[in-house]
Design a protein around this ligand. Structure first.
Ligand SMILES: Nc1ncnc2c1ncn2[C@@H]1O[C@H](COP(=O)(O)OP(=O)(O)OP(=O)(O)O)[C@@H](O)[C@H]1O
Length: 247
């Protein structure tokens, strides 16, 4: 059984069809990357998976369960994680405090005035594990506002991982990054355990071909092609409408 499966997913805004009968599957542990020209409907597709946008028709199944139309919180609890943009970080708190809050949201313990020492130390242990995973263990007491752009995006991933997702959705994790920051992000994504499947949108073809097991090309809301990076690179139609152009 696939981890995620969409069946004829369709979304329109008035006359504008942004997702046109998209069938897409993500297997357990797969690194699946969505590419396509600007306005192809990539972000809108992801927003339907997270529950931020309600599909007009079609189905979304996660671990065999129909989650179409579920609220974002419910989808997150079932194991679909995502990163938020950096303005959701608490800029005046430290790196570790930001992760700690996300860990607390997952493990509980918000309103216990006499929280026991064991659960406090469990929270810190998990916090430091996550910081290690995203290569931010050093300088964990720095304020978020002092981090570089690339580091803030690494931190967003730690926060998403705190919810212990089985599927992680990333919307252009390397956008706006310097080449060095991009390399660090690629290393980070590659180092995530294969208990976490990844579905991400990416424009940088170097990143796509170095990370993806599978690539889906969206074009005007439709799947133009799906396959291995090599298959996509060799697909004439894809080369014509996307790879052969400015990308
Ligand atoms: N809430 C909305 N209401 C109306 N139109 C929308 C809405 N959200 C997105 N669109 C339109 O849907 C189309 C697809 O947008 P979307 O952001 O999903 O594309 P994209 O492939 O992610 O593009 P990019 O690569 O530029 O981020 C665009 O024409 C966009 O203007």
């Amino acid at each position: 059984m696939s981890l995620l499966q969409t069946e004829k997913l369709y979304k329109s805004f008035g006359n504008l069809e942004v997702t046109r009968n998209v069938d897409l599957t993500v297997k357990h542990g797969e690194r699946h990357i969505i590419i396509g020209p600007n306005g192809a409907g990539k972000t809108s597709f992801l927003h339907q998976l997270t529950g931020q946008l309600k599909p007009s028709s079609g189905r979304i199944k996660f671990k065999g369960q129909d989650i179409t139309g579920f609220q974002p919180e419910a989808i997150c609890q079932l194991g679909v994680g995502r990163t938020f943009q950096k303005n959701t970080l608490f800029q005046s708190l430290s790196v570790q405090e930001n992760v700690r809050l996300a860990v607390q949201a997952k493990l509980g313990g918000w309103y216990q005035p006499l929280r026991d020492v064991a659960s406090m130390s469990q929270h810190w242990e998990r916090t430091h594990q996550l910081l290690d995973q995203v290569h931010l263990a050093e300088g964990a007491d720095r304020r978020v506002s002092s981090l570089s752009y690339g580091e803030q995006r690494q931190l967003e991933i730690a926060i998403a991982l705190a919810a212990e997702p089985e599927l992680l959705l990333l919307d252009e994790p390397t956008s706006g990054m310097s080449p060095a920051e991009t390399d660090r992000m690629v290393d980070l994504v590659r180092s995530l355990p294969d208990t976490i499947a990844i579905l991400m949108i990416e424009h940088d073809m170097k990143v796509v071909f170095s990370l993806a097991d599978k690539v889906t090309v969206l074009y005007y809301g439709e799947v133009l092609a799906t396959g291995t990076p090599q298959e996509i690179q060799g697909n004439e139609r894809v080369r014509e409408v996307y790879l052969g152009g400015k990308h």
